[in-house]
Design a protein around this ligand. Sequence first.
Ligand SMILES: O=C(O)[C@@H](CO)OP(=O)(O)O
Length: 248
Amino acid sequence: MKKLVLLRHGESTWNKENRFTGWTDVPLSEKGIEEAREAGRLLREGGYVFDIAFTSMLKRAIKTLWIVLEEMDRMWIPVLQSWRLNERHYGALQGLNKSESTAQLGEEQVQLWRRSYDVPPPALDWDDPRHPRHDPKYAGLHPWDLPATECLKDTLERFTPYAQEKIGPAIRAGKRVLLVAHGNTLRGLIKYADRIPDEEIAELNIPTGVPLVYELEDDMQPIRRYYLGDEEAAKKSAQSVANQLKKE
Ligand SMILES: O=C(O)[C@@H](CO)OP(=O)(O)O
């Protein structure tokens, strides 16, 4: 049996402010730093060891990974970063408060953009300073390859080639892999791994900073997945992600 550990970054400052974040590169909040420490402790105490880690180009995930590896005294392992592991691009919703948007535009519309599988939010204009083509992180990429909005399906389509070319082969080769990513990239991965139908994926929410362990057959078929630590607390935290449109 093989194991893969997935981790959504700790709470970011925009999670705290309840804003759509996407590719906006915001830092961890104080609580997020503590969540990352706790994740590292849980993994260490659970006897987990990693040979390689993967993360995105966004500092909330990178910093979470650093803190986890520091807690595990494993800062020396190879870390591979890719824009393909970035959060779903939230288009013109980035920066808007989730509950205020719901009050203005209606829950049905905002929930459609937020959780439908294939309806993207309105795109950022090509000339919008927030368009990723202006960000030096992505200077090596063709601007047309960079998203200005994405639905979950688009995110999965850009994530999958990387998972197949880099992450899958590392697991198959017997490496113990940690993937620190984002709510929607991980929702996409779980949808793919567990073959969750398009209409059911809306119900899946992922808490910040709680390690999610996947047990896999040797041929990579998933056996089961579970959160480390307090399952009830993880469920509660996932439920509060689900409820973000309703918060004040
Ligand atoms: O804003 C975002 O980028 C994501 C993750 O924080 O939010 P949501 O859970 O609403 O898709």
